[in-house]
Design a protein. Structure first.
Length: 342
């Protein structure tokens, strides 16, 4: 049997490349950072890439020999099946790859195994949610405004204790949000679109997938953490926003397509909602003339709440675990279901 060839398709710290080699000495690990983009920040997997014709030819020769890709090759999205005829498995560095894979048609064009980074980003996203809830509970907007004015005036904030956080999507991210919310003595409710659980740790009330109304009417903080699928597209619109209590806060760490942003903008402008913390948008980057930029009660994160300085180490650990499973022919972790989009 020929030696398994792994090609790393995005920047990875040299010590993590060596970790892969150390844990699987029987495979060939090819890492050519000179043919990849330079990261603009820690855990940047999509840095701009410029290759000379000679470098491009060399990259194509590496693709032709690859059995496994660590990350998608974003320089050859459309023609990857032709350029990598020996490819069997791609380990993504992202969790939400379903729509991308569907749009490109890899599920129909290939028999590749595609595994996601699901779970890697749960902790940083949950911390973003906790930060956002504390931001509004402690009225940090007021503190910043008063600081800018050099004005001292005592005020009264709120506690998170006793408040209800409603989590739409109790997957790995949603469960981590619930776990971190519990020490603040919050009431946690939510639902999950798949699974047969009758109870989930740290969740006080679990609703059925189609029971959206009670999750909205009770929410002091509404958190969206569902994958983008045909069933979740446009899940929260004007009708659903109208069911939220006066002064509720919306936090979206799912995908921009899950929410009707014009309806959200209007609810924020009218004072119907206290605020919003948004990591994802229907159009990214968010256009410079979007009114959300000017709203002081809106936290805008450039689709970066999931990114942390230890992200690549977590993904490498997942990849090494999956590599051992792949070599042994045992079930792998986070295999993408191309029909469900996750």
């Amino acid at each position: 049997m020929a030696q398994l060839n792994i090609l790393i398709a995005s920047y990875l710290e040299p010590e993590l490349v060596e970790q892969i080699r150390r844990e699987a000495p029987e495979v060939e690990v090819v890492y050519r950072p000179d043919l990849l983009g330079k990261p603009r920040y820690i855990a940047d997997h999509n840095g701009p890439i410029t290759r000379t014709p000679e470098q491009e030819a060399e990259w194509r020769s590496l693709l032709a020999q690859a059995n496994v890709l660590f990350d998608f090759d974003h320089t050859h999205v459309d023609d990857l099946p032709q350029l990598a005829p020996k490819l069997k498995w791609i380990q993504s560095t992202s969790s939400g790859i379903g729509q991308f894979v569907k749009r490109i048609g890899y599920g129909e064009k290939t028999n590749w195994i595609m595994t996601t980074a699901s779970g890697t980003h749960a902790r940083p996203l949950a911390e973003f949610v906790l930060m956002s809830m504390l931001y509004f509970a402690k009225d940090f907007e007021y503190l910043q405004r008063e600081k800018a004015a050099h004005h001292w005036a005592r005020y009264c904030a709120e506690e998170l204790a006793g408040k209800t956080v409603s989590i739409i999507g109790l997957g790995k991210i949603g469960r981590e949000i619930a776990r971190l919310a519990k020490p603040f003595e919050m009431r946690v409710i939510g639902n999950r679109r798949s699974g047969t659980e009758t109870a989930i740790p740290n969740v006080d009330q679990l609703y059925a997938p189609d029971e959206l109304t009670p999750l909205l009417t009770q929410a002091n903080y509404l958190v969206l953490s569902v994958p983008h699928t045909p069933q979740t597209e446009g899940l929260i619109g004007a009708k659903e926003i109208a069911l939220l209590p006066q002064g509720a806060v919306v936090i979206n760490v799912a995908r921009g397509q899950v929410m009707n942003y014009p309806a959200l903008t209007e609810a924020l402008r009218s004072g119907r909602l206290r605020g919003a913390a948004l990591d994802v948008f229907a159009t990214e980057p968010l256009p410079p003339d979007d009114p959300l930029w000017e709203m002081p009660n809106v936290i805008i994160s450039p689709h970066s709440a999931s990114t942390a300085d230890n992200e690549n180490a977590k993904i490498t650990r997942l990849f090494c675990d999956n590599l051992k499973r792949f070599l042994a022919g045992t079930p792998m972790l986070n295999v993408l279901d191309v029909e469900k989009y996750y």
